[in-house]
Write a protein that binds this ligand. Structure first.
Ligand SMILES: NC(=O)c1ccc[n+]([C@@H]2O[C@H](COP(=O)([O-])OP(=O)(O)OC[C@H]3O[C@@H](n4cnc5c(N)ncnc54)[C@H](O)[C@@H]3O)[C@@H](O)[C@H]2O)c1
Length: 518
């Protein structure tokens, strides 16, 4: 089939490439001419594993073209997918200006039946607005009778695993109107997606509004699981439990499952923050605030500060003369996407407090430099204290602390001896809970994960009551409670905590008969 994809971002490019890979002829349109030029020169505007090869193959085979020619893109196919961005508006609702501009462009050029498919994540009722925008353009041209359909086909791919997700989707949601136009649209979409249903039927057909809602409901559920675990992790810090063990105990219940229960530094990326926000806005507009999701957002906002509070509890608020190594900048592994990445808030705060930051990320350094330049536009001189390195170990040379923000595979089993030798002080703040706290303590590190500062690490006679210590450390903030407490209560925090951890680990080792791993 012939297909036009409007917008060649993370979703549009993957959708276009994968549909071409299945034998369709795909026209990828973007208003960003630099992006089109880059793609036509064989370059890649984003990092997505496996995508470059698919694009190259299909461009060579003549099934995939990139262009900014709107008239040609509309003429190319009866199926017009809109996959442009829907960033948050000032009030948090989804900004539909790109979607509606794309719809209008189709209305300005179409001269026969079209199925306009909203693939962008859009609030309930958007298809109706798209319909009205196209109709208005057709009326302007005196083509009121020209028929078209608007369908909803939200995308569920995950950056970093986008090809696999697109090629083997859990479900294909198709929202169509219950009329002849809707039936016609459904028939075309069913034909396009037929190859995906060979093994079993993955298509869920529903009305347009339910399809639009389904996407938000899915992201809201996932964000809720993350905030839920993050909040419990902060409590685990206080009560001396290990959230990783709790996660496994909880996840083994098939009604709950293991996915999306990892505590961390808060969710980021181009979808969860804006989609949860947009859904909350929709709810407020309808006079039915979503109390759970309002709390999910608040928790997430606070969670992005948790590592900072641990840092402040340890070093104090003024960080001049300190160097922090950062492992991981992208909001998650497998992508270079820096939208709403927790690393941005943390690095900007460190720089503003006078610290030097040396960062490593396998693919996101260029994007991170751009994002941080935006974030620190009011104090651009601070960027002189920010540097990027080619290897993870280069980042930690003489660093006062290592802060882990993205769970890239190559951070998972570092050479702990080399790491410790390279650092000025062996403090690891692990925002992704990558390591075993006991093993880290045995290797001589002060290790602070998220929700892992369990009292088992500290022998009973040396325990500091978390609540008391928190008051001493960061009395003003609810979020900082827990791990930072132990340090702040001490004159020489690092030495004391390292000692405690080491003794505790020895105790644990005896208890479990474990050998230390380094
Ligand atoms: N990124 C994801 O992981 C993901 C996953 C599922 C759904 N979504 C949703 O898909 C949509 C697109 O997200 P994205 O991350 O791919 O966005 P993106 O910002 O990476 O890409 C959007 C592209 O659309 C182009 N564009 C804007 N207006 C245009 C127009 N009128 N005509 C042609 N091109 C135009 C932009 O130049 C840009 O290249 C959003 O609604 C998003 O919420 C994203």
């Amino acid at each position: 089939m012939n297909v036009t994809i409007v917008g060649t971002g993370y979703v549009g490019l993957v959708t276009g490439a994968c549909l071409a890979e299945l034998g369709n002829n795909v026209f990828c349109l973007d208003v960003d001419q630099a992006k089109i030029k880059l793609l036509n020169a064989g370059g890649m505007p984003i990092h997505e594993p496996g995508l470059e090869e698919i694009i190259q193959r299909n461009v060579e085979d003549g099934r995939l073209i990139f262009s900014s020619d709107v008239a040609a893109s509309v003429a190319f196919a009866d199926l017009q997918f809109i996959a442009v961005g829907t960033p948050p508006d000032e009030d948090g609702s989804a900004d539909l200006k790109y979607v509606l501009a794309a719809a209008r462009a189709i209305g300005r050029h179409m001269d026969g039946f079209k199925v306009i498919v909203d693939k962008s994540t859009v609030p309930v009722g958007t298809a109706q607005k798209v319909d009205a925008a196209v109709r208005e353009e057709l009326a302007r041209r005196g083509l009121n009778e020209l028929d078209f359909a608007v369908a909803s086909n939200p995308e569920f791919l995950k950056e970093g695993a986008a090809i696999e997700d697109f090629m083997r989707p859990d479900r294909i949601v198709l929202g169509v109107d219950g009329n002849a136009r809707g039936e016609r649209a459904l028939a075309m979409l069913r034909e396009l997606y037929r190859p995906f249903n060979r093994n079993h039927e993955r298509t869920r057909v529903m009305d347009v509004r339910s399809a639009e809602f389904t996407k938000y409901a899915a992201n809201a559920m996932l964000a809720t699981r993350i905030s839920f675990m993050n909040e419990l992790a902060n409590l685990a810090d206080r009560v001396g439990a290990d959230i990783e063990l709790v996660r496994q105990g909880v996840g083994s219940d098939p009604r709950i499952g293991y996915s999306f229960l990892y505590a961390g530094t808060g969710y980021g990326g181009s979808c969860f923050p804006k989609d949860v926000d947009a859904l909350c806005r929709t709810a407020h507009e309808h006079g039915l605030p979503l109390q759970v999701l309002d709390a999910v957002q608040r928790v997430n906002h606070s969670q992005k500060q948790v590592l900072l509070h641990k840092i402040w509890a340890h070093f104090g608020r003024h960080l001049a003369g300190r160097t922090f190594a950062i492992w991981g900048l992208a909001f998650k592994p497998g992508t270079d996407d820096m939208r709403e990445a927790p690393s941005r808030a943390i690095i900007a705060a460190l720089l503003r407090a006078g610290a030097k930051v040396r960062a490593h990320d396998p693919v996101a350094q260029e994007q991170a430099a751009r994002a941080l330049a935006d974030d620190l536009a009011d104090q651009p001189e601070l960027l002189l204290n920010m540097s990027y390195v080619a290897k993870p170990l280069d980042a930690v040379q003489d660093a006062d602390a290592l802060v882990i923000l993205t769970e890239w595979k190559n951070y998972k089993s570092p050479n702990l001896r080399a790491l410790k030798e390279a650092m000025r002080s062996p403090l690891v703040l692990d925002g992704r809970n990558l390591y075993d706290p006991h093993a880290m303590a045995m290797a001589g590190f002060t290790y602070l994960g998220i929700g892992r500062n369990n009292l088992r690490l500290v022998p009973a006679d040396q325990r500091v009551q978390p609540e008391i210590a928190v008051e001493q450390a960061v009395a003003t903030d609810d979020i900082a409670k827990g791990s930072g407490a132990v340090h702040a209560a001490s004159e020489e925090p690092m030495a004391v905590l390292t000692g405690l951890c080491t003794k505790a680990a020895e105790g644990t080792q005896k208890l479990h008969g474990e050998q230390p791993s380094a």
